[in-house]
Design a protein around this ligand. Structure first.
Ligand SMILES: [Mn+2]
Length: 362
């Protein structure tokens, strides 16, 4: 596996490339170009400039997270072909710039949702939290407003202003769409872009829906093993793969994350792993937590072991961290707790590798 760190360019991150380079074992970043409007082609010269900056800091730019998908594609509107052509052009440019993996999502309107971005834990650290009653009682623009207040001026990926403007009408649009139609729109997109990704040397890695259940009656599809099987069967190329986000899928207690990892990493379809822990509360409520198994409800040893046993060679990043030690940063994306998470995962990995080499342990 290759340990990387998410980093937001163009001054939109409190964490510097120099700091990331000092986190032991981290070889690169997953980055993005938020300045490009959704649906436009990402210009090669901008990608190359960004790559030069990242390489100059001693890091690689092999993963992009994300190139957002225009809503017309998800809705299956006639305008989608133009946006798909642009997506294909972006994939070609990513390949030319040396990008190997593209993390994206296909969630309608709302990318991810939390009720609080700075919920205080007993030790004084703050985390992202989810209270189902609060989320479902608020209308989406209220959620957006509440989230923005706690984002400390940093952009929230998935809650871009252009998305918020059309949110009400977009949610209305999907009320009459069946899940089958949504799968069809997804297949139309995949069949058009996956061959281009293959040629460009880029693997695509869809991110699960977060949380993995429907909100506001929107179609959610990347939520469980069965639906992931359906997704992977829509286009059977290896370039049609997954970002396995343990915290997103893990929020549904019926999802057996180690089993999901074994099934899909074993089939060579997981290209990127987001590894984080969550702490289950009543019902479907949860708080995000520190990465250690002891701090949350997911067994991180079993999750990492499932990747290790599968011979996983893809990218891994610590996912959201807590805000600790007085750090001021984009919620979930401070330096300190994510660095602790990366070291914990690397420690588990080394122990598993050496346990096998030296003691024949499985
Ligand atoms: Mn994730």
């Amino acid at each position: 596996m290759k340990m990387i760190f998410r980093w937001f360019p163009f001054g939109d991150d409190s964490v510097t490339l120099g700091q990331i380079h000092q986190v032991p074992g981290v070889s690169g970043v997953a980055t993005c170009m938020p300045a490009i409007p959704v649906g436009d082609v990402w210009p090669l010269d901008m990608l190359e400039k960004l790559k030069t900056e990242i390489n100059a800091a001693g890091l690689e730019m092999e993963v992009i997270e994300s190139v957002n998908i225009h809503e017309d594609i998800k809705k299956g509107l006639p305008g989608r072909d133009k946006y798909i052509e642009n997506y294909q052009a972006t994939l070609r440019n990513l390949g030319k710039a040396g990008v190997k993996c593209l993390c994206y999502n296909f969630m309608p309107v709302i990318d991810w949702a939390r009720s609080d971005l700075a919920h205080e834990l007993p030790d004084g650290s703050t985390v992202l939290s989810y209270r189902h009653a609060q989320v479902t009682q608020m209308n989406p623009s209220k959620i957006a407003e509440a989230m923005e207040k706690k984002a400390l001026g940093y952009s929230l990926p998935g809650w871009e202003p252009e998305r918020l403007g059309a949110m009400g009408a977009d949610i209305e649009f999907y009320q009459s769409m069946t899940r089958d139609d949504y799968w069809k729109n997804m297949k139309y997109f995949l069949d058009a872009v996956i061959p281009v990704a293959e040629q460009a040397g880029v693997v695509m890695a869809i991110h699960p829906d977060d949380p993995p259940w429907p909100l506001f009656n929107l179609p959610k599809v990347i939520t469980c093993a069965e639906n992931i099987r359906t997704f992977l069967s829509l286009n059977t190329s290896r370039a049609n793969g997954l970002t396995l986000c343990t915290g997103s899928l893990g929020a549904n207690r019926d999802n057996d994350i180690p089993a999901i990892v074994r099934e899909f990493a074993g089939a060579g379809r997981i290209h990127f792993a987001h590894i984080r822990n969550i702490h289950f509360l009543d019902g479907v409520d949860f708080d995000e937590s520190a990465h250690l198994s002891a701090c949350g409800s997911l067994d991180m040893y079993e999750i990492v072991k499932a990747f290790h046993d599968s011979g996983f060679t893809g990218y891994v990043r610590p996912d959201h961290g807590r805000m600790i030690w007085g750090e001021k940063a984009r919620p979930g994306y401070g330096l300190y707790d994510r660095a602790l998470g990366a070291e914990y995962i690397l420690g588990l990995w080394e122990a598993m590798t050496k346990g096998r080499e030296r003691h024949g342990m499985r």
